[in-house]
Structure formats: structure tokens, C-alpha cells
Design a protein around this ligand. Structure first.
Ligand SMILES: NC(=O)c1ccc[n+]([C@@H]2O[C@H](COP(=O)([O-])OP(=O)(O)OC[C@H]3O[C@@H](n4cnc5c(N)ncnc54)[C@H](O)[C@@H]3O)[C@@H](O)[C@H]2O)c1
Length: 257
């Protein structure tokens, strides 16, 4: 087991990519705090259409240990409570995964300023807040890890004026935080997923889905597990000298575009 007894928080862990990460962490022996606005998994139009069991229940079926802490990551007092509760329950903190994120489709002429604030608030500001509040606890760990879930859209336009800039901000923030906390042995890395089979993709048409799969070198959408395995690697001892990096997990989508 690569993460035996490591204590982890996965934000947005009830659904999609976060659920995939939480389950893979648990398979590798980690204790998992699932932090999400809601415990019930989101069900998508195309993907995860029949997912009903909460992540904690799935982890317990695997013989793992997990708790759910209801948290809106955009509210710093809730994030503070999440971290305190996690540390109190499991006795420390080794791994923080900032995965909770939202996407509102539309260009600069379509989305409102309030929607822009909402996307950047969730996908960038909240990542900073949780990172800031977790660092004092990660400093007490021998295996401190911060993993930020960004996106291939960090590298190009086309995903709207809020989502892509927020993800690009995360990729840059990873480098900055990595420099700051390296002296404490904490690594900070991003994963940049391509298109993953989750409810976040409900806004696509079937034609768009087929077109993306076709231009992907490994021609399919990713599964939450694909991102989960990359997160396991970055959280494990095998990645102890990797920091400030952004790992594309996109099946070769942007190499060909
Ligand atoms: N699905 C993709 O193709 C894809 C691609 C690249 C990056 N990502 C990123 O992966 C992450 C997860 O996306 P997903 O596809 O699993 O989405 P999803 O919508 O399937 O799941 C997101 C989860 O986050 C939770 N959440 C949303 N806002 C929250 C908040 N304010 N506080 C707490 N929890 C909140 C939701 O309740 C849900 O459980 C996001 O950061 C997203 O940008 C996804």
C-alpha cells in the first residue's frame, strides 16, 4: 500500500474526479476526509448516471476509514472547521487535495460578473484559502503533500474567461507555494486533467464529446480513476522529490492540439 495510514482531505470528494481520488487513496491505505457541499454524489447526464452511494460508504466497503465533513470551500470559516475537525478526528494531516471546482459555460459576453466571481472564487481563491489554512498542520507531517486539481485549460483559451484563467492561476500558485514550503519537506503539485467522465461535462453535446475523444491521442475521455492514480503517485513516497510540477493527465489531448 502506497499511502498506508496517511491522513488526507479531498475537497469535492463526493463526486467525479474527487471521488476517484478519494477511492484510490483509500485503496492505498489512506484515511480520507471527504469534504464537499453535499454528501450525495452528483449524477451526470452522460456520466456517473447511476452513482448513488456516498464516497464514505464506498470507502468503508473497501475496508478503509473515512469521514464526511460538509464544507463549502468558498467560505473560509467552513474550511477552517474542516481542517480542525480532520486533525482532531485522525490526529494530524498529511495530504490536502484541492479538487472542488465548478465550470460555468459561456464567453465574456455570456457570463455575468457574479458568475465570474463564483468560478474564480471556487477554482482559485478557495484553493489558496485551504492551502494557507492547511500548511501549519502539514508542517507537522513527515509526508506533507498538497495536490491542486487544475486543468488542461490552464494552457489555452476556449474554456471561458473565468475557468481557464483560474486554472492557470492554480498552476502558477503551485510553483510559488512549492518554493515557500519546500524547507518543511512539503511538496506542492498540480494535476491538469483533460476531459474526464463526470457531471461537469453535462454542458457538452454528444458531437462535442465525440470530437474531443477523436483528437485525444488515447481516444477516450478519462475516468476519475485515471486522475486518482496520478494523485496517489504524487502523494506517495515515490514522488518525494517532485514539487512545483503540473502533471498533464489528458490522454495526450493537448499534445495534438
Ligand atoms: N471533468 C473534467 O473533465 C475535468 C477536467 C479538468 C479539470 N477538472 C477539475 O476537476 C475538479 C473536479 O471536477 P469534476 O469533473 O469531478 O466535477 P463534478 O461537478 O463532477 O464534481 C465536483 C464536486 O465538487 C463539489 N463542489 C463544487 N463546489 C463546491 C464548493 N464550493 N465547496 C465544496 N464542494 C464543492 C460538488 O458538490 C461535487 O461533488 C474541478 O476542479 C474541475 O475543474 C475536471
Amino acid at each position: 500500500m502506497l499511502l498506508k495510514d496517511r491522513i488526507s482531505i479531498v475537497t469535492g470528494g463526493s463526486s467525479g474526479v474527487g471521488r476517484g481520488i478519494a477511492l484510490e487513496f483509500a485503496r492505498e491505505g489512506a484515511r480520507v476526509v471527504v469534504a464537499d457541499k453535499q454528501e450525495a454524489p452528483l449524477r451526470g447526464k452522460y456520466h456517473e448516471t447511476d452513482v448513488t452511494t456516498p464516497t464514505v460508504e464506498e470507502i468503508e466497503k473497501l475496508g478503509g476509514e473515512a469521514i464526511f465533513v460538509q464544507t463549502d470551500v468558498t467560505d473560509e470559516s467552513q474550511v477552517e472547521r474542516l481542517i480542525e475537525q480532520s486533525v482532531r478526528h485522525f490526529g494530524g494531516l498529511d495530504i490536502l487535495v484541492n479538487n472542488a471546482g465548478i465550470h460555468i459555460p459561456g464567453g465574456a459576453q455570456d457570463i455575468s460578473i457574479a458568475q465570474w466571481d463564483q468560478v474564480v472564487g471556487t477554482n482559485l481563491r478557495a484553493v489558496f484559502v485551504a492551502t494557507k489554512l492547511a500548511i501549519p498542520h502539514l508542517k507537522g507531517s513527515e509526508y506533507g503533500r498538497i495536490i491542486q486539481i487544475a486543468s488542461v485549460h490552464a494552457y489555452g483559451g476556449g474554456a471561458g474567461p473565468a475557468y481557464a484563467p483560474a486554472k492557470a492561476g492554480v498552476v502558477n500558485m503551485v510553483r510559488d507555494t512549492a518554493i515557500e514550503v519546500g524547507e518543511f519537506g512539503i511538496t506542492v503539485n498540480a494535476i491538469c486533467p483533460g476531459y474526464i467522465e463526470t457531471s461537469l461535462q453535462d454542458y457538452l453535446t454528444q458531437e462535442m464529446i465525440d470530437a474531443v475523444a477523436e483528437k485525444t491521442a488515447l481516444p477516450r475521455f478519462g475516468k476519475p480513476r485515471d486522475v486518482g492514480r496520478a494523485a496517489v503517485f504524487l502523494a506517495s513516497d515515490d514522488a518525494e522529490w517532485i514539487t512545483g510540477a503540473s502533471l498533464l493527465v489528458d490522454g495526450g489531448l493537448i499534445t495534438g492540439t
